[in-house]
Write a new protein. Structure first.
Ligand code: UDP
Length: 240
C-alpha cells in the first residue's frame, strides 16, 4: 500500500509559531491534535515520520539576546529548551490517539526524553514509531530549520516538509504586494541567490549540498500535512 506514496521516510518540520495558531503565545491544543491526526493516518500507511519541532512560540534566542545582559548563547539555550516543551506536548497528543512516539533531545535531559542517538532513531522509525527531535542541533547560533536539514540527512529521510503559516514560497512578499505569485517549484540555488525567506542560509545550503528537496506548505489547511507526507502536490517544492 505504501508503493503509491512518493516518500517512505520524511522529516516534518513544525515551527513553534505554527503550533501557536492564532493565539500569540504558546501551544494551541487543537493544532497539536490536528497535526497528530494527520501524522497518524500516514503512519498507518507505513510511511515513516520524524519531526523536528521549533520553539519560536515560546522563546526565540536571536530576538531576546541582549536584554538584561542575556548573551546570545544563553538565549539560544532557552530557545532550545522551548523546543523540548513543544516536543513533549506533541508527544503526549500523539500518544493520546495511539501513535507510539519517542522524543530525542540534542543534549541530555534523560529524565525527560531519550538523548539523540542516530541509529536508535532509525530503529524507532523502522518499528513504526514517530520520532520527535527536540533541542535543535544542541548548539547555539543555529535554528531548528538547520536541525531539520541535518537530521533529515543523518537518518536518510528523503525530504524536509516545512509546515508553515503561509501557502508556500512567493516571488514577492504577499503581505506587501497583492500581485505576488505563489511558486510551484524552484531550485535551492533560486532560494539562495534571490534570498527568498524560506529558511535560513545554513539550512538551505545544507539541503542543497545533500540533495534534499524541501516542500514548504501551509499547515492550517486541513489535509495538507497528510498530502505533503504522501508526496502529493502541495505548496512549493524546492530542489526536486
Ligand atoms: N536554537 C538553537 N540551536 C538550534 C535550534 C534552535 O540555539 O539548533 C534556539 C534558537 O534560540 C531559536 C530557538 O531555539 O531561536 C527556537 O527555535 P527556532 O527559532 O528555530 O523555532 P521556530 O522558528 O521553528 O519556531
Amino acid at each position: 500500500k505504501i508503493s503509491s506514496s512518493r516518500w517512505r521516510r520524511v522529516l516534518l518540520k513544525v515551527s513553534g509559531e505554527a503550533l501557536a495558531g492564532d493565539q500569540s503565545q504558546n501551544i494551541d491544543p487543537k493544532i497539536a491534535m490536528a497535526i497528530a491526526r494527520e501524522v497518524a493516518s500516514v503512519t498507518r500507511l507505513g510511511i515513516e515520520v520524524a519531526l523536528v519541532v521549533g520553539g519560536g512560540n515560546i522563546f526565540r534566542g536571536s530576538s531576546r539576546a541582549g536584554c538584561s545582559g542575556l548573551d546570545r548563547s544563553s538565549a539560544d539555550y532557552i530557545g532550545m529548551l522551548a523546543t523540548v516543551m513543544n516536543a513533549i506536548f506533541l508527544q503526549a497528543t500523539m500518544e493520546s490517539i495511539g501513535i507510539p512516539t519517542r522524543v530525542q533531545t540534542a543534549f541530555r535531559m534523560s529524565e525527560v526524553a531519550e538523548p539523540y542517538i542516530r541509529r536508535k532513531a532509525i530503529r524507532h522509525l523502522e518499528k513504526g514509531r514517530v520520532v520527535i527531535f527536540a533541542a535543535g542541533i544542541g548548539n547555539p547560533f543555529f535554528t531548528t530549520d538547520t536541525a531539520a536539514a541535518l537530521r533529515c540527512a543523518e537518518i536518510n529521510a528523503e525530504v524536509v516538509l516545512k509546515a508553515t503559516n503561509v501557502d508556500g514560497v512567493y516571488d514577492d512578499d504577499p503581505k506587501r504586494n497583492p500581485h505576488a505569485r505563489l511558486l510551484d517549484t524552484l531550485t535551492h540555488q533560486d532560494v539562495i541567490s534571490k534570498d527568498l525567506s524560506v529558511m535560513d542560509m545554513t539550512a538551505i545550503t545544507l539541503c542543497q549540498e545533500n540533495n534534499i528537496p524541501v516542500v514548504v506548505f501551509n499547515l492550517n489547511k486541513p489535509g495538507n500535512i497528510e498530502k505533503a507526507i504522501k508526496g502529493e502536490r502541495v505548496g512549493t517544492l524546492i530542489g526536486a
